[in-house]
Design a protein around this ligand. Structure first.
Ligand code: ACO
Length: 366
């Protein structure tokens, strides 16, 4: 039987994360993801995903140092970025740059050191391009700052507030990893051919770019901007649903109840932006859309997904819309690389079949 979109198909065993879509559970290597986001840093969470255990403070410090060491863009990478057309989307820039990182040191089998290097470089690429695109001088990484703090610093040139760092860190930890989603699957398929880590992550970035996956949060902002005020919400949403269009930031392949990441981000958004009228509008749109989705798509169990409140959280820290999906990518690279490492440990080539529905000539048995 065909499973279009491989819905419900179990394609691999994993010890990296557990998702229960009916109950709204997300677990990273035995720990509730929300608890990790509240009590641990990005570096500690990345260590957990790569090594399978939480680090001691010395181990966390070592990883922090390794990430710092690999933050700087090699000069040939700067040259490549400088040659790219200025109208290129940031996700395209990331895909190109990560691909260009693939020198001879990235050979099969993939290693944690390779994962660290790719994770370290992502925020620098994003900030470099964003500032260049805005006609500003790129800012070199500051070795005094942690991974997330330095990302915000490289975007603005100012030391970010602790609240902004913690908000972004919460978002990044909550989006580090999410089972066999489309981009992770892409990474694992590429790795399963015994191709290298860089090729696998390049595949994943291309997959992440689409609006049905990682490209939705900026669409959420566009939607909320178009709606503009509470009074317009019902009509705007009804018009979309009447036309059979999708409401961005709602629905999920796995979650048939509230997405636990959306709930955690909603809490964070309420904490940092409680007086923001935009957030008040977002909450109203959430409530209205859930009601209308049940009316137009009864029984489909469509709730807000992680992307809806990602938009709110990003806004509360003054992150530009164009940075939403790249920032998601800068965190998800940890999950992708963990999966590539896991795939390499128990590799079986991915090779599903398709059912031919075209014409056939007369065929002889061989
Ligand atoms: N708005 C309106 N209707 C929807 C939505 C939505 N956001 N999501 C699903 N539906 C409807 C579909 O039209 C379909 O209706 P039908 O049964 O009448 O044909 C039904 O619900 C099931 O939809 P599928 O596409 O089969 O469900 P799937 O599990 O494949 O979809 C997806 C998941 C792609 C995320 C979908 O909900 C969607 O397009 N959402 C909007 C885009 C979005 O928010 N993407 C970010 C996802 S989170 C992430 O990737 C990090």
């Amino acid at each position: 039987m065909i499973q279009h979109g491989l819905k419900g198909v179990i394609a691999a065993e994993t010890a990296i994360s557990y998702i229960n879509g009916e109950k709204g559970h997300l677990v990273y290597r035995g720990y509730a993801a929300k608890e990790i986001a509240i009590h641990h840093s990005f570096v500690e969470a990345a260590y957990l995903l790569w090594h399978g255990k939480l680090p001691s403070s010395e181990e966390a410090n070592q990883l922090d140092q390794q990430l710092k060491k690999h933050r700087e863009l090699p000069s040939y990478i700067e040259t490549i970025i400088d040659q790219l057309p200025i109208n290129m989307e940031l996700m395209g820039v990331l895909r190109t740059v990560i691909s260009a990182m693939g020198d001879a040191s990235y050979q099969w089998k993939p290693t944690i050191d390779q994962a660290i290097k790719l994770t370290a470089i992502m925020p620098t690429v994003i900030a470099y391009w964003q500032r260049k695109r805005d006609g500003l001088e790129p800012i070199k990484p500051n070795q005094e700052y942690g991974h997330v703090e330095n990302y915000l610093y490289m975007l603005t040139g100012e030391k970010p507030s602790d609240v902004h760092v913690k908000t972004l860190e919460t978002y990044m930890v909550l989006t580090l990893e999410h089972g066999m989603n489309a981009s992770t699957f892409s990474a694992r398929v590429t790795a399963s051919t015994e191709s290298d880590m860089v090729s696998a992550i390049t595949s994943a970035i291309g997959t992440m770019k689409g609006p049905l996956h990682g490209g939705a949060p900026s669409d959420v902002t566009i939607m909320l901007n178009e709606i503009g005020k509470k009074e317009n919400a019902e009509n705007w949403l009804r018009t979309k649903l009447e036309k059979g269009e999708r409401i961005m930031g709602f629905g999920h392949r796995v979650y048939k109840t509230k997405d636990p990441r959306a709930l955690a981000l909603k809490e964070k958004a309420l904490e940092v932006g409680k007086n923001d009228p935009w957030l008040a509008l977002a909450l109203y749109v959430e409530e209205t859309a859930i009601r209308l989705l049940e009316e137009y798509k009864p029984g489909r169990k469509l709730y807000t997904n992680v992307e809806f409140f990602a938009a709110a959280v990003m806004r509360s820290i003054n992150m530009d819309d164009e940075l939403f999906t790249p920032t998601f990518t800068a965190s998800r690279v940890v999950g992708w690389t963990a999966h590539v490492l896991e795939q390499a440990e128990h590799n079986v080539l991915f090779r599903p079949e398709s059912q031919y529905i075209g014409k056939l000539p007369e065929l002889q048995e061989i």
